[in-house]
Design a protein around this ligand. Structure first.
Ligand SMILES: O=CCCCC(=O)O
Length: 471
């Protein structure tokens, strides 16, 4: 795939880039390696926090032009892009303010391990390769980069080929914020370069947000090289609606949960599983709200849903819908490929889905909802968990006992009750099953790329105790 900015609203190629040569990549890796030593030896967490605050200030000051660039590269609405920039600034501030606490030595029970002192120390591990997707082109990088840089790691970004301008902006952002040369570098390369980069002994780990196929490939290389990975892969999140739910609110949030980011989010709710007692009432409300969304120019404030990011992505979504329709599913709204320029797709609701249809098993990466009927709590759980994915999940019920059951029974990295799955810097984010492993965000995410070092000091040893490290 060429490295290029192509406006999904028009299909026009606006800018192309030559991929970096192997020599250029090698010197970028060397700079990342040297910068790692510099961060470890010459900077404190507090200093790195000041740089991250500077990055937040730049993001806030440059929100609108950055948002415009993202909308032009991948088609999300301008309002959504503005919100994404703001969220990145918030994450920078969060880590700048909390990293000293998160990285501080953790005292352990010395007596229990027959030590004079024992503690856990969190230390950075080195350059980390980040392979990132186009759908939240700033945020998905930031949620890796902010904690990684605070911990003292350095970052090498291989971004999706359709968001090169955003990728280059990120490198510049960290440089302008004060981080040393090499602390965060964008590698303009295709995916064929990943094996070579991750095999380099100076690169210590990898994080990937992307498809299951990409995840398997990174995990395979990293397994061969014995390197740590964090994988955040696809999802087909369930959104269960039980009889006690506030149906109007559930239908409103369901619409947002499905169509956020033009339907292209791993944590978008994709399968709507509704108790039979309220199925018709919910289906009417949901289809009405989905049909009322305005599809169009992503720069227009009145637009709810912009184009899909690529022609190929739109063709795939439409093929999944057609496969369901051809096999007997019912389309409640949408489902027609619009004429004209740009890769637009209408918000679509499909019901009467059955095993064997593509939509039953696959993730649909566009504004298309599958609607399922469940005759009981048990059946709702069976459908919800009956997928190879396990990223987020949502359940709507006002019954406290049922809320507890959903929290226990939904097989996913997160359960949101009476709300939609969202990522927060304060909370761990990630999945189970084929949605990946490891966590991003919060202290848990920061420590994924740390050496959790056990320090045991016996009687007769002198020296500094726990607590001296993260200042
Ligand atoms: O495709 C993954 C979307 C993640 C969005 C988020 O972190 O909020």
């Amino acid at each position: 795939m060429p490295i290029a900015t192509t406006n999904p609203a028009t299909g026009q190629v606006l800018k192309t880039y030559d991929p970096m040569s192997d020599e250029q990549v090698d010197s970028a890796i060397e700079r990342a390696h040297l910068a790692f030593r510099q961060l470890c030896d010459d900077t404190t967490v507090a200093q790195r926090g000041r740089w991250l605050i500077a990055a937040a200030e730049l993001l806030e000051a440059e929100r609108d032009e950055t948002a415009r660039m993202m909308t032009t590269e991948m088609g999300k609405t301008y309002a959504a892009a503005q919100a994404e920039v703001t969220k990145c600034a918030t994450a920078c501030r969060f880590y700048a303010e909390n990293a000293v606490r998160m990285l501080a030595d953790e005292p352990a029970d010395a007596a229990a391990v027959k030590a004079r002192r024992a503690f856990i120390r969190y230390q950075p591990i080195g350059p980390v390769l980040a392979v990132m997707p186009w759908n939240f082109p700033l945020w998905q990088v930031m949620r890796f980069a902010a904690p990684a840089l605070m911990a003292g790691n350095t970052g090498l970004l291989k971004h999706a080929s359709n968001v090169p301008q955003t990728a280059l902006y990120l490198e510049e952002l960290f440089r302008r914020a004060g981080f040393p040369e090499g602390a965060f570098t964008t590698l303009l390369v295709g995916s064929d370069a990943v094996d070579r980069i991750l095999s380099d002994p100076r690169v210590r780990a990898a994080t990937l947000t992307g498809s299951e196929v990409a995840g398997r490939s990174i995990a395979q290389i990293a397994g061969r090289e014995l390197k740590k990975t964090v994988l955040e892969l696809g999802g087909s999140d369930p959104f269960v609606v039980m009889p006690s739910a506030d149906l109007d609110r559930a239908a409103e949030v369901a619409t947002t949960a499905r169509c956020q980011n033009n339907g292209q989010s791993c944590i978008a709710a994709k399968r709507f599983i509704v108790h039979t007692d309220v199925f018709d009432a919910f289906a009417d409300r949901f289809a009405a709200r989905m049909s009322a969304l305005r599809v169009g120019d992503p720069m227009d404030d009145a637009t709810d849903v912009g184009p899909l990011a690529s022609e190929r992505g739109r063709a795939e979504v439409h093929a999944q819908v057609q496969d369901a329709a051809d096999s007997g599913a019912t389309i409640l709204c949408g489902g027609e490929l619009p004429a004209g320029d740009g890769w637009f797709y209408p918000p679509t609701v499909v019901t009467d889905l059955r095993p064997g249809m593509r939509m039953w098993a696959e993730e649909v990466f566009g504004p298309v909802a599958g609607l399922y009927r469940a005759s009981s709590y048990e059946e709702a759980i069976e459908i919800a968990n009956g997928t190879s994915f396990g990223l987020g999940s949502n359940a709507w019920t006002t019954d406290p006992a049922e809320q507890e059951r959903f929290a226990a029974d939904l097989d996913a990295g997160s359960v949101f009750i009476n709300g939609m799955t969202t990522s927060y810097p304060e909370l761990p984010f990630g999945g189970v099953k084929n949605s990946g492993y490891g966590r991003e965000l919060s202290a848990v995410g920061m420590r994924e790329f740390c050496n959790t070092k056990t320090v045991w000091v016996g009687a007769g040893e002198a020296g500094a105790g726990a607590g001296a490290h993260a200042e």
